[in-house]
Design a protein around this ligand. Structure first.
Ligand code: ATP
Length: 238
């Protein structure tokens, strides 16, 4: 579904991603792990059109994303759950969700959008209880659920998540990851950036390890979980 070849991303003259190649097959959960500053967020942002300074190849179902703007990329079925959630705090939960469907309102998909709102609220029942509250009043876990729900409202076929576990208690991390597994069961494809490498690899099919803008290792998630170097550098103690 997604193929990246020799991707290089720049901030001015600084190179943050240095020749990354990776692929995501339909229906997979792929974990992208690596330390702070490894280039994970830059890579996700490049896919979404939020970081236009890149060269190389990014293909979705063999179609190039080069030069496309974020709304075009959303229309192609790619949604991002950004680092730090980036909700609209004064707006209600329901309005935040509806904003996720922004490009679809222009296509007059009103009825489908209403249906998808119901589906998202079923997936995250706590959001249903808080539908009319401002997003800024939600707990960290609820905000993360809302950020995922908002991304789903675009009806993506590829969901990109940037550190969804950040700042969450372990039981909430579990809950969020369980939802990703549930979405995979419904046919979703997921590219998951995580510093919580163990949790990410536990639900992933395959993983890539990024270091200083380069893929230094990739393989089946189960192999990476037992890899000596990955254990030492990213997994810490059991
Ligand atoms: P984190 O987990 O901290 O978000 P990351 O793996 O997502 O880390 P990036 O945020 O993609 O890493 O950063 C990759 C590199 O690009 C780092 O060296 C970082 O300092 C640099 N960088 C990120 N944003 C900018 C910017 N706006 N201007 C200049 N350099 C930047």
């Amino acid at each position: 579904m997604l193929r990246i070849r020799n991707l290089k991303c720049f901030y001015g003259r600084i190179r943050a991603v240095s020749g990354v190649s990776l692929s995501v097959r339909r229906g997979e959960i792929i974990a992208l792990i690596g330390a702070n500053g490894a280039g994970k967020s830059t890579l996700l942002n490049a896919i979404c059109g939020l970081h236009p300074q890149w060269n190389g190849e990014i293909l979705i179902e063999k179609q190039s994303l080069s030069g496309l703007k974020p709304p075009d990329i959303v229309k192609m079925g790619i949604s991002l759950v950004p680092e730090g959630r980036m909700l609209f705090p004064p707006l209600s939960v329901i309005d935040n969700l509806k904003l996720g469907a922004y490009v679809r309102y222009r296509k007059k998909e009103h009825r489908e959008i209403e249906g998808d709102l119901g589906t998202v609220l079923e997936l995250f029942p706590v959001l249903k209880e808080r539908m009319k509250q401002p997003a800024g009043m939600l707990s960290g876990g609820e905000q993360q659920m809302l950020a995922i729900g908002r991304a789903l409202m675009a009806r993506p076929r590829l969901l990109l998540l940037d550190e969804p576990s950040m700042g969450l208690a372990p039981f909430l991390v579990r809950l969020i990851l369980d939802v990703l597994v549930q979405l995979k069961g419904q046919g979703m494809t997921v590219l998951l950036v995580e510093q919580n490498a163990r949790a990410a690899l536990q639900i992933a099919d395959r993983g890539y390890v990024l270091e200083n803008g380069k893929v230094i290792l990739d393989g089946n998630a189960s192999e990476l979980l037992t890899d000596h170097d990955v254990k030492r550098a990213y997994l810490g103690k059991d």
